[in-house]
Design a protein around this ligand. Structure first.
Ligand code: AHR
Length: 492
């Protein structure tokens, strides 16, 4: 099969905001406890953070980490996780039916985030709580004043504010699974009032309002319109969440979910602009895709798991090779929509639906999805170029024509590099790829990294890394193996 990608230097989408390569750590299962934090682990530092996990996170270069939830945040009292650890209460977490020890809270997490070289994207509880607790939390985190919560932070050992600049107004408030789920009207009002107090305490912050938890929610569209009607003047981003799965074991159709994600982004951006026009506003509300991944095998696991455990094995999705292909495509979708998507969070980062897995007291290893995420974060920087692709197509279950070739092209001016990410979605044929880069005279292919397995269901374990990238020899023609993810680096 033959295919072609054409791009022109001056034909750009936008500059990529590196925060699209963010991730997410929730107080859920073994994400925090026995994930990033395990004081008894041989690699743990003096604060109890696992050094081996931090090293893997640094390999990924994660610019921003959403915290502390997720569904967890809607029942969370942030004050439980500060100060003397021996006095912190152990409480029921009704989101995941577990016990939260509160041995990690914002005091510890901000220190961990510094070590990981990541910014925090802090979510406030708009489930059981509201503007009052949110304003106290931001005073604790960001204020330099001689006032109660800022002084409490100092008393707990932190003279300087944590200076958290990105805040989420709750989590998935459209879903009836959420603790204190709200109607769009109810949420729109409380989000607006919370936004006002947060920005009064720190006018430098950026705010994300909850959009839909999934493009297939029955309220999708109307939820956004109502929420934006209330919040438009006070927020900076609207969130999108989406997880895909391959329950039907139809890989081609599964890989076509990248188009579904693309539609979701474009429709949501349109809705934002509709409200902008309605309000005659000059401000553009952009998008924060702050939960996305493949997730289906371990969905709803908390409903059948033993209740009230501490750090149980929950939502530990074992990713296979085809999952890595879709994750690679989803990253390209974020890159190709970088004019509107400014933040993205792969959900999640460690143990829970994660690229990094750990064994309690033992090793840490990379799941299959680690690799497309790492390469996108390390090499997908600069300006996304508009592309025209020529490729054979196949039909998705919605009867849409899906091109076998899925790609993004990014020009990194600083490094004088053009990076092409490309997936060949054919399960039968290799693809001979022609890349035409206008305005990049003298640029030639310098590196071709491929992620390929003959087994779509191959997984990585702590003992054996079956799915890992390989550097391919450069020849005159570019060949994308059937069912493969690729990164092509062109340089002068
Ligand atoms: O990432 C797991 C869960 O998925 C999050 O807690 C929630 O926001 C979403 O439904």
């Amino acid at each position: 099969m033959k295919a072609k990608i054409s791009a022109k230097r001056e034909n750009i989408i936008d500059k990529i905001d590196r925060r699209i390569y963010g991730s997410f750590i929730e107080h859920l299962g073994r994400a925090v406890y026995n994930g990033i934090y395990e004081p008894e682990h041989p690699s743990a530092d003096d604060q109890g953070f696992r050094g081996d996990v931090l090293e893997l996170i640094k390999e990924l270069s994660v610019p921003v980490v959403r915290y502390p939830g997720g569904n967890f945040v809607s029942g969370y009292n942030w004050e439980d996780g500060i100060g003397d650890k021996s006095k912190r209460p152990q409480k029921l977490d009704l989101a995941w039916l577990t016990v939260e020890t509160n041995q990690v809270g914002i005091d510890e997490f901000q220190a961990w985030a510094k070590k990981a070289n990541s910014e925090i994207m802090m979510a406030v509880n708009l489930g059981t709580r509201g503007p009052d607790e949110a304003r106290e939390l931001i005073e604790y985190c960001n204020s330099d004043t001689n006032t109660y919560f800022a002084n409490l932070r100092r008393k707990n050992g932190f003279e300087k504010p944590f200076d958290i600049k990105l805040w989420c107004l709750g989590n998935e408030m459209d879903g009836d699974w959420q603790i204190c789920h709200k109607t769009a009207e109810e949420y729109g009002r409380v989000a607006t009032e919370t936004a006002k107090v947060l920005k009064w305490v720190d006018p430098q912050i950026e705010l994300v309002a909850c959009g839909s938890s999934d493009p297939h929610m029955p309220t999708y569209g109307e939820w956004e319109r109502t929420v934006l009607d209330h919040t438009y003047d006070y927020i900076d981003y609207l969130s999108l969440h989406c997880y895909y799965g391959n329950k039907e074991n139809d890989t081609k159709n599964f890989l076509a979910r990248a188009e579904d994600m693309d539609n979701f982004i474009k429709k949501t951006a349109q809705i934002c602009d509709e409200i902008k026009a309605k309000k005659n506003s000059t401000k553009t509300v952009n998008l924060s895709f702050d939960e996305w991944n493949v997730w289906y095998r371990t969905k709803d696991e908390e409903k059948t798991a033993e209740r009230w455990q501490i750090a149980p094995y929950l939502l530990e999705e074992k990713f296979n090779f085809e999952d890595a292909l879709l994750v690679g495509c989803m990253l390209m979708t974020l890159q190709n929509n970088c004019d509107r998507v400014k933040i993205g969070c792969l959900a999640q980062l460690v143990n829970v639906i994660a690229p990094i897995m750990t064994e309690n007291g033992g090793s840490a290893w990379k799941q299959t999805i680690f690799y497309p995420y790492m390469y996108a974060s390390l090499y997908g920087n600069g300006t996304t170029l508009k592309t025209e692709n020529e490729s054979d197509t196949y039909k998705s279950k919605e009867n849409t024509d899906i091109p076998y070739l899925y790609s993004s092209v990014i020009y990194n001016e600083e490094k004088e590099q053009v990076v092409v990410f490309a997936v060949n979605r054919s399960l039968e044929s290799d693809m001979e790829l022609d890349v035409s880069l206008e305005g990049f005279e003298g640029y030639t292919l310098k590196e071709h990294i491929e992620l390929y397995s003959s087994d779509l269901k191959a997984t990585n374990t702590k003992e054996c890394e079956q799915v890992k990238p390989q550097s391919k020899a450069i020849s005159k023609s570019i060949l994308l193996s059937k069912q493969s993810w690729n990164m092509l680096i062109f340089e002068k």
